[in-house]
Design a protein around this ligand. Structure first.
Ligand code: FES
Length: 144
């Protein structure tokens, strides 16, 4: 899904983020022009967010700094989701055959992010990742 919103400075957020030299600069620039602060994942588009060696097959890993959970439901099939639980916003804490939020017990599918067990009802937001060697690169929102 394309994000064509613009901030008060007339640049689209996507263009602004794409032209900023660093993640910190993007955050500063968006804030400076009065726009909505980007999600923690947005400032990492195009950047390495983890290593495949940290993501076991049939499970996954939480990358707290990027607020992402990366899973590997099948061999070499890496998926990324927001680590923010859709129930109350806790960072999900465990990943094995499901993604678990220990705050209130919600569970999410490692392939789709779909809520399998409540209280969360909504799926985790999905992102697209690519792999370069062992680097996992966050590309952007799924379906963009
Ligand atoms: S915040 Fe995750 S289950 Fe409530």
């Amino acid at each position: 899904m394309a994000d064509n919103r613009t901030c008060g400075c007339g640049m689209s957020r996507r263009r602004l983020l794409g032209t900023a030299g660093t993640a910190a600069a993007a955050v500063t620039a968006v804030s400076a022009c009065g726009g909505e602060a980007p999600k923690p994942q947005e400032v990492r588009y195009g950047h390495v967010v983890g290593q495949t060696t940290d993501v076991p097959e049939g499970a996954g890993a939480v990358f707290s700094n990027s607020k992402l959970v990366v899973t590997q439901p099948g061999p070499g099939d890496y998926r990324a989701f927001s680590a923010a639980c859709t129930h109350g916003g806790c960072t999900v804490q465990e990943v094995d055959d499901v993604i678990r939020c220990l705050c209130h017990g919600s569970e999410f599918d490692i392939s789709t992010g779909e809520a399998l067990r409540g209280p969360a009802q909504e799926p985790l937001e999905e992102f697209t990742v690519t792999v370069d060697g062992t680097d996992i690169v966050l590309e952007g929102p799924a379906g963009a």
